[in-house]
Write a protein that binds this ligand. Sequence first.
Ligand code: BG6
Length: 485
Amino acid sequence: MANSFDMVLFGGGGDLSLRKLIPALYRAFIEGGLAKGTRIFPVCRRQEDADGYLKTAQQALKTHLRDGEYNEKSWKEFSPMLRGVALDISKPDEQWDALVDLLGNDVARTRLFYLAIPPAVFGPCCENLSIKGLIHENSRVVVEKPLGYNAKTSDEINSKIAEFFPEDSIFRIDHYLGKETVQNLLALRFSNVLFEHLWDAKSIDHIQISISETVGLEGRAGFYDDTGALRDMVQNHLLQLLCLIAMESPNSMSARNIRSEKIKVLEALRPLTDNSVDENIVRGQYVAGGLGKELVPGYLEELKASNSTTETFVAIRAHIDNWRWTGVPFYLRTGKRMEKRCAEIVIQYKKVSHRVYQPEAGDVLPNRLVIRLQPEESIKLVLMAKKMDSLTMELQPVELNLTLSDTYDSFKSDAYKRLMLDAADNNSALFIHREEVAAAWAWVDPIIDHWRETNNQPQLYRAGTWGPQASNELLAENGHHWFNP
Ligand code: BG6
């Protein structure tokens, strides 16, 4: 457990703080992960919001925690750690003095500045922290996407932060890396001899990484319409997952080693430019459709606009040009308003090299390793076996199934909890280095440029489906199909 620390939560009254961060801190507290003496200072713009913060936080916990997690006793113990502070992030005036006094001048004590605010104010906020003398040798800053809109703007944001914090004090969050199963993926790969020999183009036919969501715009119309699925999900979450699947074994689990392996993967991604963008990517936008029992509006209706061409779905056939992965397609897919919420990685193995059974034994299907990140966390290996109740030789697929969420019933996995505690503990293994952000944008930018230059129109798909038909056709070109959950 990290020693007690101070966390200043800029944007304390915002959506991210109330929906994710405060609940994550509460969870950390009830699981014994927050040392006594830890202090959390959510920053609000108005004094009355700061004064009423405890009420707001309590309500947020009741709303956003899972059933049975909130209880009055724990709240009574946790709430003294929280203290709202009012100040204007963009002006280093005397309002900041209260924060300066509260933090004091113990330079040995860890100080986390969590910027749950728009990236446009990252720079002024860091500058004002510096003007007020609040940055000391044990201070760290935690930031989250959107880290820019393209390589250039992302570089500007990163350079601005770097004026005030050294790279090893900057913790860039990709919350997918905090998911328990994502870390388990590393454990699976690098602590089992079983898979290492079966983790390359010789054994693997193709890989699918898919994050489907059922939600639509969720009140973020302005942001989303400027962003689209490629920037919102692929540039970060999907490429990070791809890196963890494809990277070589690091020589240790240190942040430096992991990052340098991930960067090699990003650099080996075959660029998609000009015509290869159209050949390898399907871009979609949802129209009204039935989701469960509900009829949900289309993207343009939700947006209240008639002419947006922003993509809410994207499917990509990517290749990694290196020795290990040559010829193996990596299919990436994400979309809003799809049939089910699910994040899953499917490793499809090759067929056995020679069939020894008679045709009556049935198909010999290739093995499949399925790593599900959500809604539940599980790892499943599909193997071929003999049908037990048959007197003749009949083959059938069976599943070796590890449902992690059942095994650890009382453990509430929470990506933000994990990442905040890691930041407090100065463990940056699960955070993103500036060079990774740049390498991811370098791959994504030409795709967006091509769409803009060719005035690319998204293919329409009905809400509640698995995306446009063209996405199925993309895989069919290689004789593959999506494994929809
Ligand atoms: C965020 C995106 O980064 O991830 C959202 O901005 C998306 O659009 C969200 O809904 C998905 O996260 P999760 O953990 O719910 O899959």
